[in-house]
Design a protein around this ligand. Structure first.
Ligand code: ZN
Length: 439
């Protein structure tokens, strides 16, 4: 049953059929052979571009990026192993997970013993296929269920890997840019390099594609919102390298992945721990219905590792549901579409939109009447709403008026008062309308 459309407070955004849209994008692109380079990433970005404009950049293989080099473009035409009796032991045509990522070309007949070191299974999940790559070391291999490996009999096996590592190729990166009215930017990024897995990383791609579509439709925001889809590690590093002279524009950001599983929202703070995005996220998650886990920075995980390097120190935190490495299906074929739901994807999307709304509306107001409390009753600002909401609203006005010295922000008011940011924001709106505040 589709969830009721809900409006994001303080933004012209309504989340209606987003859950089904995100699932549809994931189903459509699930089997594409994503990797650091190649047509899998291109096809995924082309699917995103059917609902929102995507600026695609092809970064030539061999491009130096800090301590790294953009790898050759990897293309797979055919890859399989044939048993002595002529049956296919494993075939990349069935799933892109079956071929070790970046496998070099091979055409050879091997004994079972010689083949085994190149076959990867999982002893503790014998029915699942693991996800493995060898991006930076020339190797070849196949990934398949351990029970299939254990069932291989003696004899000669024919290995065919028809791949190409093209030094003249490129790495594909996509950006959705929603222009704002100031030069400040919010950067939201997700990896787009894993094939044949749902939660890691396709769910992040789906959530950010839908985020881009909604922000585009919302009309101009205060800041430019830039959504980056790029292969893990080398992708964000290329973006940082390419934008080195403009990094001070980044006001806040999120590295998003593992966005659709049933686990609760997990937020990892920035390296410095108390940036604007950390405070906005804490306010949003403080009364999140399904609970949330806020943790300190860790130099392990997703794109945030690069953004929080000492040479950049960008104010970018990490948003996931269950973090990578903490759910048993991670990097196995069991991370399939059954692990993700429209509800969880929508919940992650809502948290991002709510955080953007807090960042958009945060300001440092100045009281026009700073000598004591202004008479609120005379201006019709008291007793306008009944019950607890009304009390909260009046308390929020007093907090905003008291802290409206130009040094304190609305987030400070929310922190100091313990009141929800939306209540503070609406109190500030009323005070401004009554001529008591200026921005
Ligand atoms: Zn991963």
């Amino acid at each position: 049953m589709p969830a009721e459309p809900t409006r994001v407070t303080g933004m012209d955004v309504t989340v209606g059929d987003s859950g089904q849209r995100m699932l549809a994008l994931m189903r459509e692109t699930f089997d594409l052979p994503r990797s650091l380079t190649g047509d899998g990433v291109r096809g995924t970005l082309a699917a995103v571009a059917r609902s929102v404009p995507v600026e695609v950049t092809e970064v030539p293989s061999g491009t130096r990026v800090f301590d790294w080099t953009v790898p050759p473009e990897w293309r797979v035409r055919e890859a399989h192993v044939t048993a002595p009796d002529g049956t296919r032991v494993v075939d990349a045509a069935a799933s892109p997970l079956h071929l070790l990522g970046y496998s070099v070309p091979v055409r050879q007949t091997l004994s079972r013993e010689a083949l085994l070191p190149n076959l990867h299974g999982l002893a503790d999940r014998p029915a699942a296929t693991p996800y493995r790559t060898s991006y930076w070391e020339p190797r070849w291999g196949f990934c398949l269920p351990q029970r299939d490996i254990d069932a291989l009999g003696d004899g000669d096996y024919a290995v065919l890997i028809d791949t190409e590592l093209d030094p003249e190729g490129s790495m594909t990166v996509g950006e959705i840019v929603v222009p704002g009215v100031t030069s400040e930017e919010v950067l939201i990024s997700t990896p787009v390099c894993h094939p044949g897995l749902a939660n890691d990383n396709l769910s992040g791609v789906a959530v950010l594609a839908e985020l881009g579509r909604l922000l585009h439709a919302a009309g101009p925001l205060r800041r430019t919102h830039r959504i980056l889809f790029s292969p893990g590690t080398i992708g964000p590093l290329w973006w940082l390298h390419d934008n080195l002279s403009r990094l001070d524009r980044v006001h806040a950001g999120l590295a998003v992945m593992c966005a659709g599983d049933p686990g609760p929202i997990t937020y990892r703070r920035t390296r410095d721990g108390n940036q604007t995005v950390d405070r906005a996220m804490a306010l949003v998650l403080a009364d999140h219905e399904t609970g949330a886990d806020i943790r300190p920075f860790l130099p392990w995980g997703g794109d945030e590792r690069q953004y929080n390097s000492p040479g950049f120190r960008l104010p970018i935190g990490a948003l996931t549901r269950t973090p990578p490495g903490e759910y048993p299906e991670n990097h196995t074929s069991d991370d399939d579409m059954s692990l993700v739901s429209a509800e969880a994807l929508t919940d992650t999307l809502r948290v991002i939109l709510d955080t953007i709304a807090v960042l958009e509306h945060d300001e440092r107001p100045v009281s026009i009447n700073p000598h004591g409390e202004p008479q609120l009753g005379r201006r019709g600002l008291t007793n306008r709403r009944g019950g607890e909401k009304g009390n909260q609203h009046e308390m929020a006005m007093l907090w905003v008026l008291n802290l409206a010295d130009g040094d304190h922000s609305l987030m400070d008011c929310a922190d100091r008062s313990g009141l929800p940011f939306d209540v503070i924001r609406s109190a500030a709106d009323d005070l401004r309308a009554a001529g008591l505040l200026r921005s």
